[in-house]
Design a protein around this ligand. Structure first.
Ligand SMILES: Cc1cc2nc3c(=O)[nH]c(=O)nc-3n(C[C@H](O)[C@H](O)[C@H](O)COP(=O)(O)OP(=O)(O)OC[C@H]3O[C@@H](n4cnc5c(N)ncnc54)[C@H](O)[C@@H]3O)c2cc1C
Length: 553
C-alpha cells in the first residue's frame, strides 16, 4: 500500500485525542489523522451509565491490563482498566466531573517554570469546552458560577438524576463530623460534601467521542482510523533531520486490517495513548531509559530515563457498612421484580440506578490536622460488593471509598519485550512510603468518625470492612493493602518538567525533550496527580496543547 501523508498524526482517540482532533482539524488547511486501536463506541453498555460495570475488563472496550503483584497490596495484582474504543477511558469511566485543587496547577507551574500552568491560567481552558447545566436557561447558577464555568461548549456536565436517603444522611453525618457542605467542587478549593456532577446528557453517558468527534468526523481534512494499532514511531536520524543534533519523528507504523504500513507526519506526531500506552510506545520506539531499551535489543534513539517512571494513582480504600432500615441497591436489585422496576424507570424516565455513575456522593477533607488542604476524597455508594465484577452483597449496605489525593508512592510502566502486542509491566507500588501508609490509616479513622455521627448512626451501621477489631496504624495500613484497589487514575509516566530535571520527558509545551516533531498530550504528562479525578484535567491539558500546536504550525 502507498505511504500516506498528513500534517498531524494523533495516536489514540481517548479523552485527549478526541479533543485534539477536533481543534487541529478546525482549520481546513491541516490534514489530520486520528488513530485508535479500539473499535467504534457502538456498544450499548458504553452509553447506559451503569454499563461501565460491563465495559471494565471486557476486551471489546478495555485493554484488560493486569498490574504486577504489589507488596503494598500484600502481594495482590489488580485488573487495570484502560478504555480501548473511541473515547478511550471516557467511554468506560465513572463520568465524575472534578478538576482538582488550584494548588495542583500552581505546583505544575513550579515544576515546569511555566506560569501557563498556574490555576488562573488553566481555568479558561477548563471553561472553554464546558457546557454546565446550571448555566442553562432556568438553571440554578449562583452569581459566581459564571466566573468558574462555561456554557455552550462540547463537554456536558449535569446533576445526577437520582438521590438516595441513605446518602443524604451520610452527607449530613459528614457535616456533623466537621466537613462543610459545598455546591461546587470545581472552584479551586474542593473541600466539602455534596453529590458529584457527571458527564451525562439526559441520562446517557457523554464521552469525548460524542462531544468532540461526532460533529466533525465528516470534515474532509480529518481522517479517522479506528481498529488500528500504532506499533511504533519512525525517526529521521539526527544527521539528516536538519534539527541540529535532534532526531526527528517522521511518522508511525501501524497495523490496520491485518497489514502493516507506515504513515508520515509533516508537522507533528502527537501521542495521546494514555498513561500506559504513551510510555509503552516511546520505549518500543527507542525513547526511554537506555538500559531498559538495550535489555530488549531496541536501538536507542534518545536516552530519556523518565519515560515510564513516576507512575501515580489514587488507591481507593473501600469501607463497607452493613445498615438497617435503609434502601440500598443491594436489596433493590436482588430480585427479578426489583431489577425489572429499575429497568422500567430507566426506559421511561432515564433516571434511577441505571443512570447511576459508579459513585454518587463526594467529599473532600483532611486525613488529619497535619494537612492544610483536603488530602483525601470520598466516593460513597449505596451498594457493596465483595470485589469488582462480582454480584452485589445480599444484605443492605453502603461503601465509603476513601483515597489519598496526593500519594508519595511512585510506580513504573516498563515494556516486557520489543513486541508491541505484549502488555507492559505495570508496577503500582501503592503504599510504599510511610507517609502513604499513615494517610491510609488516618483516612479509615475519618470514615469511622463520619459513620459514628447521629445522622448515620440511626442505621446501626456495622463495619464489615475493614472491621473495628483493627485499630493501630500498622493494622489499618495492612488492611488498606487488603481492601484497597485502583480508582483508575494513572498519570505521570511521561511527566513535564524543567530542562534541568533529568526525569522530565516533555517540556512545558509537552514537546518530547531531545526529539523534534513529537509531543505527548494526555494524562501521562502530569508531573503530580491532581487532587481529584483525572478526566477533566486531561481535557484541560489537551485544550492548552491544541492552541500551542496550532501556534507552532
Ligand atoms: C474505569 C475508570 C473509571 C474512571 N472514572 C473517572 C471519573 O469518574 N472521573 C474522572 O475524571 N476520571 C475517571 N477516570 C480516569 C479518566 O477517564 C482518565 O484519566 C482519562 O480518560 C485519561 O485520558 P487520556 O487521554 O490520557 O487516555 P485515554 O482516555 O485512555 O485514551 C488513550 C487512547 O489511546 C488508545 N491507544 C493506546 N495505545 C494505542 C496504540 N498503540 N495505538 C492506537 N491507539 C492506542 C486507547 O485505546 C485509548 O482510546 C476513570 C478511568 C477508568 C478506566
Amino acid at each position: 500500500m502507498a505511504e500516506q501523508e498528513f500534517d498531524y498524526i494523533i495516536v489514540g482517540a481517548g479523552t485527549a485525542g478526541c479533543l485534539l482532533a477536533n481543534r487541529l482539524s478546525a482549520d481546513p488547511a491541516n490534514r489530520v489523522l486520528l488513530i485508535e486501536a479500539g473499535g467504534r463506541d457502538n456498544y450499548h453498555w458504553i452509553h447506559i451509565p451503569v454499563g461501565y460495570l460491563y465495559c471494565i475488563d471486557n476486551p471489546r472496550t478495555d485493554w484488560c491490563f493486569r498490574t504486577e503483584a504489589d507488596p503494598g497490596l500484600n502481594g495482590r495484582s489488580l485488573i487495570y482498566p484502560r478504555g480501548k474504543t473511541l473515547g478511550g477511558c471516557s467511554s468506560i469511566n465513572g463520568m465524575l466531573y472534578i478538576r482538582g485543587q488550584s494548588r495542583d496547577y500552581d505546583g505544575w507551574a513550579e515544576a515546569t517554570g511555566d506560569d501557563a500552568w498556574r490555576w488562573e491560567n488553566c481555568l479558561p481552558d477548563f471553561m472553554k469546552h464546558e457546557d454546565h447545566c446550571r448555566l442553562d436557561a432556568g438553571g440554578d447558577a449562583d452569581a459566581a458560577h459564571r466566573d468558574y464555568h462555561g456554557h455552550g461548549g462540547e463537554w456536558r456536565i449535569e446533576r445526577q438524576r437520582l438521590s438516595w436517603q441513605v446518602l443524604d444522611d451520610f452527607a449530613t453525618a459528614a457535616v456533623e463530623a466537621g466537613i462543610p457542605r459545598t455546591r461546587d467542587f470545581n472552584r479551586g478549593d474542593n473541600e466539602g460534601v455534596d453529590y458529584f456532577e457527571v458527564n451525562q446528557r439526559a441520562g446517557w453517558r457523554w464521552n469525548t467521542s460524542k462531544a468532540f468527534l461526532r460533529g466533525v468526523e465528516k470534515r474532509d481534512n480529518l481522517t479517522l482510523w479506528h481498529s488500528t494499532q500504532v506499533l511504533g514511531l519512525d525517526f529521521q536520524p539526527d544527521d539528516e533531520s536538519g534539527q541540529g543534533d535532534e532526531p526527528r519523528c517522521t511518522g508511525v507504523r501501524v497495523e490496520r486490517g491485518g497489514e502493516s504500513m507506515t504513515v508520515r507526519a509533516h508537522r507533528e506526531v502527537i501521542l495521546s495513548a494514555g498513561a500506559i500506552g504513551s510510555p509503552q510506545l516511546l520505549q518500543l520506539s527507542g525513547i526511554g531509559p537506555a538500559d531498559l531499551l538495550r535489555e530488549h535489543d531496541i536501538r536507542v534513539i534518545h536516552d530519556l530515563p523518565g519515560v515510564g517512571e513516576n507512575l501515580q494513582d489514587h488507591l481507593q480504600i473501600r469501607s463497607v457498612y452493613k445498615v438497617k432500615g435503609a434502601k440500598t441497591l443491594n436489596t433493590m436489585a436482588n430480585s427479578l421484580m426489583g431489577k425489572a422496576r429499575i429497568g422500567l424507570e430507566y426506559v421511561l424516565k432515564r433516571s434511577g440506578p441505571m443512570s447511576m455513575a459508579p459513585s454518587q456522593l463526594c467529599a473532600f477533607t483532611r486525613s488529619s490536622d497535619a494537612f492544610e488542604h483536603p488530602n483525601i476524597e470520598y466516593h460513597v455508594q449505596p451498594l457493596s460488593l465483595p470485589a469488582f465484577g462480582q454480584p452485589l452483597d445480599d444484605f443492605p449496605a453502603i461503601t465509603a471509598s476513601v483515597c489519598n489525593l496526593n500519594p508519595t508512592s511512585r510506580g513504573t510502566v516498563r515494556i516486557k519485550s520489543a513486541d508491541p502486542r505484549q502488555a507492559p509491566a505495570i508496577a503500582t507500588h501503592y503504599l510504599s512510603t510511610p507517609e502513604d501508609r499513615k494517610v491510609a490509616a488516618d483516612s479509615l479513622r475519618v470514615t469511622r468518625r463520619i459513620a459514628e455521627q447521629p445522622a448515620f448512626a440511626k442505621y446501626s451501621p456495622e463495619e464489615v470492612k475493614p472491621g473495628l477489631e483493627y485499630q493501630s496504624d500498622d493494622d489499618l495500613a495492612r488492611l488498606a493493602g487488603d481492601i484497597g484497589t485502583t480508582i483508575f487514575h494513572p498519570v505521570g509516566t511521561t511527566k513535564m518538567g524543567r530542562d534541568d530535571d533529568p526525569m522530565a520527558v516533555v517540556d512545558s509545551h509537552l514537546r518530547v525533550r531531545g526529539v523534534a516533531g513529537l509531543r505527548v498530550v494526555d494524562a501521562s504528562v502530569m508531573p503530580t496527580i491532581t487532587s481529584g479525578n483525572t478526566n477533566s484535567p486531561t481535557l484541560m491539558i489537551a485544550e492548552k496543547a491544541a492552541r500551542w500546536i496550532l501556534d507552532a504550525g
